[in-house]
Write a protein that binds this ligand. Structure first.
Ligand SMILES: Cc1ncc(COP(=O)(O)O)c(C=O)c1O
Length: 442
């Protein structure tokens, strides 16, 4: 396969032009990615406007799980576009079939689904459902969480950068530490700490809460905070903690669903069944669509007209999502994510032994995080080398998402789940070469 193939200086002249015009006509508020403009993408290959071809380890931003622009997926969009694109809240076969499909493929307690447009909207909606159902208003959320950029989703978020100077946030949100074991707040060990983060929740209830907790919202692994995977059976214990207290458990699987972690849904790893499940990104593999799948006792507490939106459930996105889910299931892409994820983790663990700046390697399936530090002993975050690494990979023909994490020192590895083994191996080799180059230069 003739990828990667770099045919111009980087960035090429056309990319430079679009990036400059973007700076002129668009605000700074978007994340800063490597300075290229995409022309097209197919499977796990991206071509920029200058004809440079890259291996894709971004999937957009963990979106195109089935691969970019699969012909069957494209056809579904084209065919539906010729029939009807917006019907507001009038039913369509596509919307109803998608709701039914989501109910069928998720946990048995989840018996209704509402189709929406963005991940943030799904989280907002789940919070509204929990509040309306319980008639309480407090929501427990976690430090480091990323749930989106609208007010409700931002308020349950726990990352400073997303919220800075946008305050005040939604009242009634109680934040608690998430088990970021590589940098434990209490210098404890997950093997024998008895999950101190859970004990903190009891403390939160006894101190800050007024006894009005409606829900707890959490990601299955924290994406934006730096691919932070909860230890052992933490999630199961967290879920049990909520269930015991009648607190609605909202699981934000906007990022971790549709095969990404090696199971169709990440909750399967934890042996839990959330009360409300937020889905996005991979559900449509590229079209703007999201959903909340939940228990009807909760969802039906909302009156007609209290939750829907102009573009939510439009037939175009629903048709695309139905096809995308079909491909994902038919090709068993979650298994592929598990297999490839394990193989990649082994390679990265090996690199960790050899490269001083690679402080931690963690992940689930094909959602892997590499945390870079000045040295392993101090664990001091190294945002500079992290950015250099992304640039080095780009120059060698591998696209990565810009660094994330509390300190901007985590690289996310997230190829489409359908990526060919050859491209996956080439991509890992590029990371290894780039890691060697930045380590030597540091
Ligand atoms: C876990 C999680 N929740 C919610 C969102 C927000 O999704 P959207 O950008 O579609 O609003 C994201 C986006 O990255 C996410 O990763």
């Amino acid at each position: 396969m003739d990828v990667p193939k770099i045919v111009t200086e980087l960035p090429g002249p056309m990319s430079r032009r679009y990036v400059e015009e973007s700076k002129r006509y668009e605000p700074n508020s978007m994340s800063e990615q490597v300075p290229i403009a995409w022309k097209k993408a197919e499977g796990a290959v991206v071509e920029d406007v200058d004809g440079n071809r890259y291996i894709d380890f971004t999937s957009g931003v963990l979106v195109t799980n089935i691969g970019h622009c699969r012909p069957e997926h494209v056809r579904a969009v084209q065919e539906q576009a010729a029939l009807a694109m917006n019907t507001y809240d009038f039913a369509t076969p596509q919307r109803v079939e998608l709701a039914k499909k989501l109910v069928e493929i998720t946990a048995p307690n989840l018996d209704k689904a509402i189709i929406l447009s963005t991940g943030a909207e799904a989280v907002e909606s789940a919070i509204k459902m929990a509040r309306r159902y319980t008639r309480k208003y407090e929501v427990i959320a976690f430090h480091g969480a990323f749930h989106g950029r609208t007010y409700g989703s931002m308020s349950v978020g726990g990352k400073q950068g997303v919220k800075k100077h946008f305050g005040p946030m939604l009242p009634g949100i109680l934040h608690a530490p998430f088990p970021y074991c590589y940098r434990c707040l209490w210098d404890k060990n997950p093997e024998d700490c008895g999950y101190h983060c859970l004990k903190y929740l009891d403390w939160l209830l006894e101190t800050e809460s007024t006894g009005d907790v409606a829900a707890l919202v959490t990601e299955s692994y924290q994406g934006g905070a730096g691919s932070i995977v909860p230890p052992g059976n933490f999630m199961k214990q967290l879920y049990d903690w909520c269930e015991k207290r009648g607190i609605i458990f909202i699981l934000d699987e906007v990022q971790s669903s549709f095969g990404r972690t090696g199971n169709l849904f990440a909750y399967e790893h934890f042996g839990i069944q959330p009360n409300l499940l937020c889905l996005g990104k991979g559900i449509g593999s590229g079209v703007p669509i999201s959903a909340v799948v939940g228990e009807s006792r909760i969802m039906d507490a909302l009156e007609p007209g209290s939750l829907s939106s102009t573009n939510g459930g439009n037939p175009l996105c629903c048709a695309a999502a139905l096809t995308s889910i079909d491909i994902l299931l038919r090709e068993n892409l979650s298994d592929r994510a598990a297999r490839y994820g394990d193989a990649m983790m082994a390679r990265f663990e090996n690199m960790k032994e050899r490269f001083e700046p690679l402080g931690d390697v963690r992940g689930m399936g094909l959602a892997i995080g590499l945390e870079l530090v000045k040295n392993k002993r101090s664990k001091a975050p190294d945002a500079e080398i992290t950015k250099l690494l992304v640039d080095e990979c780009w120059r060698r023909g591998l696209l990565l998402i810009a660094p994330i994490g509390f300190y901007g020192n985590v690289i996310r590895i997230a190829p489409p789940l359908s990526i060919e083994e050859e491209l996956l191996c080439k991509g890992v080799e590029i990371i290894e070469d780039a890691l060697m180059a930045v380590t030597e230069a540091s």
